[in-house]
Every structure is written in C-alpha cells, then in structure tokens.
Design a protein around this ligand. Structure first.
Ligand SMILES: Nc1ncnc2c1ncn2[C@@H]1O[C@H](COP(=O)(O)OP(=O)(O)OP(=O)(O)O)[C@@H](O)[C@H]1O
Length: 627
C-alpha cells in the first residue's frame, strides 16, 4: 500500500515553536551564541583536514552589538558561514540541524563538541525580534547572501555584501508593549548578564563594546568623560576543565563567590572528572553556614547543570538527594539527553548515574572530613547535622545505612560529640544496648534522674537534644547489632544486682500501696512501681512502649497532632526516705498519702519539662506540707 507522508502546517508550527517551547525569553541569546560557537568549531574541524588552513585562535570570536537607536541587536561570528543553499536548508526548514549532520560526519574532538542538535534554537530569536536578518559568507566562497524573515510569513534570500567569512545575525527588536518592555534586549548590562549566566564557558571570546568613564585628559577640575572599549565578556575556560593540580583552594573559593553559591567560605570542595559509563565534570561545595532560606519553603535544592559548557538548568534537583540538599555546585556533561528547549532533561539513565555517583562522592568526602578534620566536620555538623537525621527518618529509614556513620551525638562520658562507631567501640563487654537520653539541652539531660543507674553501671549515654533525634534513631533500630534504648524505657535490659532484688521484694511487699497510688493517678499514669534506675532522686517517669515523653512533646507541638501519648509510669525510689513517709501515710493517713502522691507526680512532670496541669493546686499542696 502506498504510504502518504505527513505534512506540517509550517506557519503554525513555527508559531508554536516560538511561543511554546521556551519559558524564558532570555535564552534566545544563548541559542544564537551556541550556533556561533558551533560555526567556529566547524572551522576548527576543517583545519584538521585542510593543510592550507591554519586554525589561529586569535582570528575567531563572536561580537554582540546593541544599537538602541536602530533598535537592532547584532551577533556576528567568524565561523564557517552558510551558502545560499545552506541558508535555505538550515534556516528555512524547521527542525533541520546542519550541526547535527556535521557532528555525525566528523569524529568528535575533545573540547570541541558541537552543541546544536535539534534544529530549532535559531527561531527563538523571534521571541524578541520582529525581523531577523542573517548575512552570511561561507568559507571558501566569494559570495555572501542575506536571509530575512519576519517569522511565520516566510523568508527571502538575496545576494549581499560581506567582507569576511562568517555570519551576522541582526535582530530588529520588537517595540515595547503595555505588558512587556523589549528594550531590555538592547541594554548592555542585561546582555552581559545573560552571556555570563548561560554562555560564560563558550570557548571563543564573546566581545561587546562597553562604555566606561575615565578622567578627562587636560582637565583641570577633575572632569570625567565616557569612552568605548571592547571587552571580552565570557570567562571561556571553565575552572572544572582546568588541571586540578594547578588549582588552589583560593581558586575554588573564588569560583564559589563568583557563582554566588553562598556568602560564606565553603568548608570543602570536591572536584570530579569522571570518564566511565557516563562522562562528566563536577565541582561540589560543602558550605560552612546554613543559607538564610534553608529551612523555608523558598529554598530550592539542586546543582547547576551544563551541557558542553552551556548552562541548561540553574537548579537541577534530581542531582541531589534531599539529605544532601545543602551541597552547592555544578555538573557539566556531554552525555545528557536534553529536551528540545534545553530547559529540561529527559529523565534518563545518564542523569541517574551521575546523581548516584555524586551521592557517594559527597558521602565519602564527609566521612574523610570526619576522620581527618574533625573540627571542620563538627562545624559542618552544627549547620547540617539535622538534615542528615531527617534523611535517616524520611522514606521509612531507606537511607539509614548510607547516613548512620555520619551521625554525631554528645556523650555522657566523653563530654563531646562522638559517632555511633566510637560509642560501640567503647562499650563494656556486658553492655547490651546503646543508651540514650532525650532532653532540651545537654545540661538538662546531665541532671535527669533516669540516667543514674545506667551511668552507675559505667555505661555511656548519648544525648538527644534535637527534635528529630529519637525519631531518626527509631529508624536506625540497631547499630552493629546493638539496639538503642532510652534510659526512660520500662525495661533497661540491665541484669538485676542485689539492690534491685530488694527493690523487687519491696514492690511485692507494697503492692497495695502502689495500687492505691495508681488509683489516685487514673488517666495520668498507666502504672506506679518501685524504681530500679533511681539512686539519689525520689521519683521519675519511665515509659512503657515505643513512644517516649520527648516524642510525645514533639508530636504535640506539631500542627494537626494526633494526640499521641507516652505510656507513663511513675517510678518511686524505694531506698529513698520519701518512700518511708509514703508507707507511713498509707498506714495512718490517706489524705496525706493523696497529697504526697499528687506532689510526686507533679515533681516527675517538672523533671521532664512537662507543664503542670494545675500550678496553683501544686503551690497550694506545697503550702499544705509547710504548715
Ligand atoms: N551562526 C551560524 N553560522 C553557521 N551556521 C549556522 C549559524 N546559525 C545557525 N546555523 C545553521 O543553522 C542550523 C539550524 O540552527 P538552529 O539553531 O535552529 O538549530 P541547531 O543549532 O542545529 O540545534 P538546536 O536547536 O539544538 O540549537 C544549524 O544546525 C547550523 O547548521
């Protein structure tokens, strides 16, 4: 059966291209400059096979000129140029890329990768221009041609005058409208900004005439005059393509500042040049300080993404996991599958590979910082430790193996931050669990009665002072086969010694007393029992079940909290004088026992930093025992 070819309504297609592909108008300049760079690269390739042609860098450049009066913006290059046929073929056929064809015909040479591939970038000029005029003289010809178009209406081609080989693209900028000021595309500072942003690392000089002020010669009263100067706007050689050995810390810091990644000084940089399944260069920074908007909704994580030195995305979020969202920097790769507007990537294998690779590099860098430069790591941890803990907590603990060795907690024995590995290495043989205590500050935890027994045993306690700590550790569950245990948990998992055996017998002997007290505190505690953990304090809370008191506090403070409660147990120190008073009151004076029970309950609340249900009643109760 005869196949019929699809036809395209080229006028409509062009309109769609111009108005729907790009979200930002400013990229038109990036597209035209990339075309010019490709055209010069083609000369470079030509010179490789043409003995009579020497590729002298000096002769190759791109010049951008804005003429406010004429309302034109001109991009001129000294590249390979286009013949009449090429003008018709490349600019008259949508989605025809001469550059892609060239790339296929020529073996790629390192550092001279052709950028164009879709055959659409040129038309982005119509986003800002009414008329686009192209005057081009191809290499090896004496004739120049002019191609001109007002967009959807088609184009004309005619013979033209041009001295040198290359192409000149003249955009007649649209007049301002009520909604939009097109004047900005004629402002030198704006154009320079766009060049710096997207095309800073085009390897050929992008020149512009800029006006500066200078002191007038022969002027006696310090007068100034304007003068025009030709300036190369782009940096050309990206730092990531330079030899690492020749770069100093100061060079990286300068790059960090130039790129405005942050106003601080980075703690560490990672410079990668990877040549494996996917090729890429990257420079990553671990900042020193938390960016002011880090914990706000406005904060966007991500790395700058370049394809062949041309900026594609300001913040490519897919390159960083959330728990490393503090990392700043850039990635440049030739192997990316770009979408037609170059504003997005096809979510492809290459990007995933790069992201995976970057993730492990960051982790390794942090581990070596922890090992070799502890002070710096602690400084980093102060700023971003929370982020790592959130990383462990999120996604149901999926990333715990990746992150647990990066954690630090203050410890009761070392009195400084230690890792889980250091904790386990220092555990006495008979210790079964990794103990932790939660509280607002280290000082408060130091004084918690619940820590007494664990400390007496000579066991170290990790101090959890961040909201997220306990939640994150619940996800870790075990570290090197050792489970975590809160010093407030009902069962501390410590073998009973002699004093505990007396505690147990006191508990059974005084069953009725504890039952009576429990009845007094219905709805407030789930049990009252003799404490095995207290040494000098008379009373404290412990908890049965998974939810601790600190967790209850945090959950309560959250919006739409679900009123999750810790299963509180009031523990009484049976070796404390107060216990004898309780026993006596139980025998002789129930009112007194009620008063003591209420007071001990309030004391336990205060120790935990929990609010008293009725502070006035509490002070009244104290007065009662004073008089
Ligand atoms: N300044 C120039 N000098 C020489 N040839 C050019 C120039 N600008 C454009 N061309 C030719 O016109 C073709 C079409 O350009 P266009 O920008 O539309 O697409 P592209 O650069 O090939 O691909 P992409 O859409 O990916 O940028 C190019 O492939 C190239 O052959």
């Amino acid at each position: 059966m005869k196949k019929t070819q699809f036809k395209a309504e080229s006028k409509r297609l062009l309109e769609m291209m111009i108005n729907s592909i790009y979200t930002q108008k400013e990229i038109f300049l990036r597209e035209l400059l990339s075309n010019s760079s490709d055209a010069i690269d083609k000369m470079y390739y030509k010179a490789l096979t043409d003995e009579n042609l020497a590729f002298d860098q000096e002769n190759y450049f791109i010049k951008v000129t804005a003429d406010k009066e004429a309302r034109t913006l001109t991009i001129r290059d000294t590249g390979i140029g286009m013949s009449k046929e090429e003008l018709i073929d490349n600019l008259g056929v949508i989605a025809k890329s001469g550059s892609l064809a060239f790339k296929k015909e020529n073996e790629s040479k390192e550092g001279h990768d052709i950028i164009g591939q879709f055959g659409v970038g040129f038309y982005s000029a119509f986003m800002v221009a009414d008329v686009v005029t192209v005057i081009s003289k191809p290499f090896g010809s004496d004739e120049a041609y002019k191609w001109e178009s007002t967009g959807a209406d088609g184009y004309t081609v005619e013979l033209a005058e041009k001295d040198s080989v290359g192409t000149e693209i003249i955009l007649t900028i649209k007049p301002n409208t009520e909604d939009e000021k097109f004047d900005e595309w004629l402002e030198t500072y704006r154009l320079k900004g766009i060049i710096k942003k997207y095309s800073d690392f085009i390897k050929y000089p992008i020149k512009m005439d800029t006006t500066s002020k200078r002191a007038k010669e022969d002027s006696e009263d310090g007068e100034f005059e304007d003068f025009e100067e030709e300036e190369t706007v782009n940096s050309r050689v990206p730092i990531w393509r330079k030899n690492k050995k020749e770069l100093t810390d100061a060079d990286y810091e300068q790059f960090y500042a130039d790129k405005r990644y942050g106003y601080d000084k980075p703690i560490k940089h990672i410079h990668l040049s990877v040549d494996g399944a996917v090729r890429y260069d990257a420079i990553l920074f671990i900042p020193e300080n938390i960016p002011f908007d880090f914990y706000s909704k406005e904060f966007e994580k991500g790395l700058e993404l370049y394809a062949n030195g041309v900026l594609i995305m300001d913040k490519c979020a897919d390159l960083l996991p959330d728990y490393f969202s503090f990392v700043k920097g850039m990635v440049d790769s030739e192997d990316l599958s770009l979408n037609i507007s170059r504003e997005m990537l096809q979510h492809d294998r290459q990007l995933k590979l790069i992201a995976k690779n970057i993730k492990s590099k960051i982790k390794n860098q942090l581990l070596s910082l922890l090992k070799d430069e502890r002070d710096k790591y602690e400084q980093f941890y102060k700023s971003f430790g929370r982020q790592l803990k959130y990383g462990i907590y999120s996604d149901y603990g999926t990333h715990k193996d990746e992150l647990q060795d990066l954690l630090l907690f203050h410890s009761s024995k070392a009195k400084k931050l230690i890792t889980l590995d250091e904790y386990v290495a220092n555990m006495p043989e008979d210790q079964k669990y990794i103990y932790y205590a939660s509280g607002e500050t280290n000082e408060r935890i130091d004084k918690l009665p619940q820590t007494e027994m664990v400390s007496d045993k000579g066991y170290e306690i990790l101090y959890f002072t961040d909201d997220i700590d306990e939640f994150a550790i619940k996800m870790v569950m075990k570290y090197k086969e050792k489970e975590f245990k809160s010093v407030s948990s009902g069962d501390l998992g410590i073998e009973a010694d002699e004093s505990e055996k007396t505690t147990e017998s006191e508990e059974s002997d005084n069953k009725e007393l504890f039952e009576y007290m429990k009845a007094q505190l219905t709805d407030k505690v789930s049990n009252v029992r003799a404490s095995k953990r207290l040494r000098s304090h008379p009373v404290c809370f412990s908890t049965d079940g998974e939810v601790t008191i600190e967790m209850e506090k945090i959950l309560k403070s959250m919006p739409n909290n679900q009123d999750v409660k810790a299963d509180k147990v009031l523990e009484i120190n049976v070796n404390h004088a107060v216990f004898h008073s309780l026993k006596a009151a139980f025998e002789q004076d129930k009112d007194k026992l009620n008063l003591y029970t209420a007071l001990l309950y309030s004391q336990a609340l205060l120790i935990e930093g929990l609010p008293l249900q009725d502070p006035v009643e509490f002070t009244n109760d104290i007065c009662k025992i004073m008089v």
